[in-house]
Design a protein around this ligand. Sequence first.
Ligand code: FRU
Length: 470
Amino acid sequence: MATKGNRDFRPLTHYTPPYGWINDPNGMVYEDGIWHLFAQHYPDDTKWGPMHWRHATSTDLLHWKDLGIALYPDEELGYIFSGSGVIDAGNTSGLGVDRDPMVLMYTHADVVNNRQQQSIAFSEDRVHFTPYAGNPVIASNEVNFRDPKVFKNPILNCWSVVISCDKVMEFYASDDLIHWRKTGEFGRTENRLGGIFECPDLFPLTAPDGSQVWVLLASTALPAPFGGFRMQYFLGEFDGNTFRETHPARLPRFVDSGYDDYAAVTFFGADRRLLMGWAEAIAYGEDGPTGEFCGLMTYARELSLVELNGELCLAMKPVTPDFDLKPVPEIEPLQLNFRQSIPRSEGALPGELFHIRVEAEGPFNLTLSNDRGEALNISLSTEQKLVVDRTKAGVRDFNPLFNSGLFSVMTAPRGQFGPAVLDLYFDRMIAETYMDGGTLVNTSVVFPQEPYTKATLLGKGRLSIGSPAL
Ligand code: FRU
């Protein structure tokens, strides 16, 4: 039950910790039917504090089994900041005795001396993790040098890691996950927004023309008035040593048009490229009215590359529960004047976990509402912009920034005109919106004091509502 909240806001199919604070997803690995997820975690409060890694596993990416705390702060080396995990097939590290180990690489953040270094820990049973005795494996005196994301380097046939270092990304290579050499860096001229990079990821995807394009994810810390912490991505090539941008975009490319999706990275070891992010914003997340836990993850999203307006861009398809989608009837149109009216459809919502699909011929306005007058509004404007407006969606006075216009209305241009298909997945306090084949995504948390009971579509098109399939 919620202790400081208005009611129980715990989502049913999104990861949340049993108690305490979480932020970034860490160490995500798939092995033998099991998805491992770790999270930046502070167990003693629902606010950010000395960072641990909490561990959970799942077989469907929707229901998570808590495995407690995997990594604790180190008295000398510091807090355990974000990082990644791999299965060390072939035991290149020599850290396995009876079995290939799972190796986690993370940042030790020394807040006394203000420096960040990279360390590793390993496990054979995938539950208990032993910090490597020779940590750190990449020593440094940098203030901002963190969030190592390890991957197999198919070009040099070794391990590589991308680490954010202030306003650039650095690349290192290793044969054993222990001894690392720097191979390159990226961003001196390409970090056009100028923020501090965090939580990188680098992986290849196949473009529609069959070519391989590398995607560099760069969560970027920007001041709140410039949109806060946002996830950008760059498209280019990786020569085994460094990343080079080959498809610069006209405007910065963002992974999500909302504020509640940050520090997202992908799973190691899966046959699909699955991305998962922290579904909160640091600007107001700590004050959220969710009671004994604070923080949640997005659904995992399968990534692909598509072409839109002559530019390549990421498309995302979430892993969700199965829903039975059923069209709902049109009701009396809304009369504008004696000559004009707007078609209207309305349906009852089946609970607090549902899927809504809108197949519209043009601009539309979708509202989820309850009898208290609270309403979340999602629309496609006549200027072809996706607008998510949570101004009246529920409780919002718990934090001045959440309560401000800055973070209440999110507007993002569509890359195309004409008919639109929108899929909205709602789970108690989180609305994930996917439009135009997942090329335009918005993740937003909302806190209705009572569940929404009704969906209303204004505009020409079809509204369908899906309850979880049994
Ligand atoms: C991103 C971040 C990371 C860091 C972690 C600390 O949200 O700032 O760069 O490792 O959170 O909790």
